[in-house]
Ligand binder design. Structure first.
Ligand code: SF4
Length: 292
């Protein structure tokens, strides 16, 4: 399967930067299957200590995933199963490409001047970045040591995996609050809301800048009561939340769900009308947030 995403689908992302090996999903899996037991256990040990990670791809983006021009790295593995996920091919860690943390840091170094000139940096996304905390921690520490702005994009569900040391190396967190009430959160993600709230509380305590994100899906997350509850949760972290982003659902990952033979339940869901996007943003604005 070739990982081609058009710029239209990605909001103008620069796809030249996709990791060539990651364009062919399956190449990595084949390689993993051929490993001997010893090689496999060595690889697992290296993943545990974080010198090796499993990634889907990386790309250079502007004005998404944080400020300035950014190198966004998509890590494989996610404990959630969001009905609207655009990257279901990142669900499983074993489907990713094994990549050295040092290799990623070498690439980051190459773009250092671009990051500096644009006020950008790196963003670790996924999948769920906190599935691979040791690997992510190394990259964040390495980037920080180069003076580069660091960001993670996370659901917060595995927030307990983030050590204080790791958080010290993070400048910005994009925290997805996928719903405001337990029941809807569970319907959307298959998991519980509480860990996200706990992680947000921790970010607020540590004073780490946070952009809260909410995906607006008609018929699933758009109930004003649900949105109001999201806003109330984000209020807990007010001093550190510098913006709230309402991201309108759109059909982007359908082909991937089909290719993976997974049941895609939002096939008939349409993107929200501009009026609904506006009224949802207004709810967050009414709570005094800067909303995008
Ligand atoms: S948390 Fe992100 S990667 Fe994981 S299932 Fe949800 S949308 Fe997909």
């Amino acid at each position: 399967m070739t990982e081609t995403i058009t710029p239209e689908q990605t909001g103008g992302r620069d796809q030249d930067f996709l990791a060539p090996a990651a364009r062919l999903r399956g190449a990595g899996i084949g390689a993993l299957e051929e490993l001997t037991d010893l090689e496999r256990s060595e690889r697992l040990a290296r993943m545990r200590e974080g010198s090796l990670g499993s990634i889907h791809s990386w790309e250079l983006v502007t004005a998404v995933d944080g400020p300035g021009t950014r190198m966004t790295v998509f890590l494989n593995g996610c404990p959630l199963r969001c009905l609207y996920c655009h990257n279901p091919d990142t669900f499983l860690m074993r489907d990713g490409e094994p990549v050295e943390a040092d290799e990623i840091l070498r690439r980051i170094r190459r773009y250092r001047n671009v990051f500096k000139a644009t006020g950008g940096g790196i963003t670790l996304s996924g999948g769920e970045v906190l599935m691979q905390p040791a690997f992510a921690g190394r990259i964040l520490a390495g980037a920080k040591a180069m003076g580069i702005h660091t960001c993670i994009d996370t659901s917060g569900y595995l927030g307990a995996n983030a050590s204080d040391e790791m958080l010290d190396n993070i400048d910005l967190v994009l925290l997805d609050v996928k719903s405001g009430d337990e029941e809807t959160y569970k319907r959307v993600t298959g998991r519980e809301l509480a860990p996200t709230i706990a992680f947000g509380d921790r970010l607020a305590e540590k004073g780490i800048e946070t952009w809260a994100r909410f995906v607006l899906v008609p018929g699933l997350t758009d109930d004003p009561d649900n949105v109001e509850n999201v806003a109330r949760i984000i209020e807990r972290w007010r001093p550190v939340v510098s913006r709230v982003e309402v991201l309108p659902f759109h059909q982007m990952g359908t082909d991937k769900w089909d290719a993976l033979k997974l049941e895609y339940r939002l096939r008939d869901t349409r993107p929200p009308e501009p009026e609904l996007v506006e009224s949802t943003r207004a709810i967050f604005r009414a709570h005094g947030f800067t909303v995008h």
